[in-house]
Design a protein around this ligand. Structure first.
Ligand code: GN1
Ligand code: MG
Length: 350
């Protein structure tokens, strides 16, 4: 608490009797809600610099994108400068930043509310519409090969070679799942899909909502990078269409909720975002690729004894992997449904 108070004192905000509440959603950075009495005022965050090695690039990307997000239907979370006018604080080799808190805003970790799905589609489309005027190469790469499955598979193979027998036994079925499915997933041709500026972490709890369930904006802009729309599509679908969290242990609760999928598409359509034909044809694949890719990453980290993600217990990464792979299976089963829905809704192509 004393340390947090000290860190906060470097930022250019009014003096106050601030309290700190740890927010446990994120798996990488350390996040605190800064409150004064009952009122929430700021979000204070320590950036994990072993994951985000290019902090200057990250800060530059956020500034570029925030300057594009001016729209009456888009509420911005911005960085608050330090007293010396810097967007981040370098304090004893730790990197901290402070952001405004939008009053009464909140996130959903899971939902089965179709209005939330509609709003998520709409805000994602609006975000892409607002940033599409920029050239993707204007952004710096904050994490190399972030959504590159070839690279993630290579990392997995290395972890597999070095894993303990116990870990290999415990993860026997998941390792098998990777081996059985990897070649199909790697065979997808990305060549003709246009590169866009993507958020690259559009899970449901990175969408901020107002009390009356209106989506306000996307948060967590650290992975803004060039990418394919199917990435953002897939991350939204895997967290919206499935009513339970990504570390759910009861696999029978994992579902592919078609109504939620359709509502998300309706919202996306409402935003007016347009796709090329190859892009439109690739979207359903995002809903399969992203849970698979996150599953491989979780499995790799499990085999490496939790070096990367924060975990609440030793097998949490394995539980995440099982649940993500189960959702990937359900997405495969729903391929035709997804293709038809996408085709029916997005007839006008650029
Ligand atoms: C990590 O920390 P958080 O929750 O924003 C990860 C994402 C995953 C997510 C959950 C930089 O994000 O890719 O979607 O966990 N971010 C990074 O699976 O690795
Ligand atoms: Mg993130």
């Amino acid at each position: 608490m004393e340390k947090l108070r000290k860190i906060l004192s470097y930022f250019d905000i009014p003096k106050g009797a601030y309290q700190f509440e740890f927010i446990s959603n994120g798996l990488i950075n350390d996040t605190f809600l800064v409150k004064e009495g009952c009122e929430s005022n700021y979000i204070l965050q320590k950036i994990n610099t072993s994951v985000f090695k290019n902090v200057n690039g990250l800060v530059k990307n956020i500034a570029i994108i925030l300057s594009q997000l001016d729209h009456t239907a888009y509420e911005k979370v911005h960085l608050i400068n330090t007293k010396t006018g810097k967007p981040i604080l370098n304090w004893e080799n730790e990197i901290w930043r402070l952001m405004n808190y939008i009053p009464d805003s909140h996130v959903y970790n899971t939902t089965n509310d179709v209005q939330i799905a509609f709003e998520t589609g709409k805000i994602l489309g609006l975000f892409h519409n607002l940033v599409k005027g920029l050239h993707p190469q204007e952004l710096e790469i904050t994490i190399q090969n972030f959504h590159n499955l070839t690279y993630r598979y290579a990392q997995f193979l290395e972890a597999y070679e070095n894993a303990s027998d116990t870990h290999l036994q415990e993860a026997y079925h998941e390792i098998d799942f990777v081996k059985n499915n990897i070649s199909t997933l790697l065979s997808i041709d990305f060549d003709k899909i246009p590169l866009r500026i993507c958020h690259n972490d559009t899970k449901l709890n990175n969408v901020l909502f107002s009390i009356d369930k209106k989506a306000l904006c996307l948060i967590d802009l650290d992975t803004l990078m060039p990418g394919f729309f199917l990435y953002d599509f897939g991350d939204a679908i895997r967290t919206l269409v499935n009513p339970v969290t990504e570390d759910e242990r009861d696999l029978s609760l994992i579902m592919f909720d078609k109504m939620m999928f359709s509502s998300f598409l309706k919202g996306l359509k409402k935003s007016g975002l347009k796709f090329t034909q190859t892009e439109r044809e690739s979207l359903h694949f995002g809903a399969i690729l992203m849970p698979f890719l996150h599953g491989i990453r979780a499995l790799t980290d499990y085999l490496e004894k939790n070096k990367y993600y924060k975990v609440a217990y030793a097998n949490q990464n394995l539980d995440r992997c099982k649940s993500l792979f189960r959702f990937a299976e359900l997405a495969v089963e729903n391929t035709n449904f997804m293709k038809e829905e996408i085709q029916n809704r997005f007839e006008i192509l650029e």
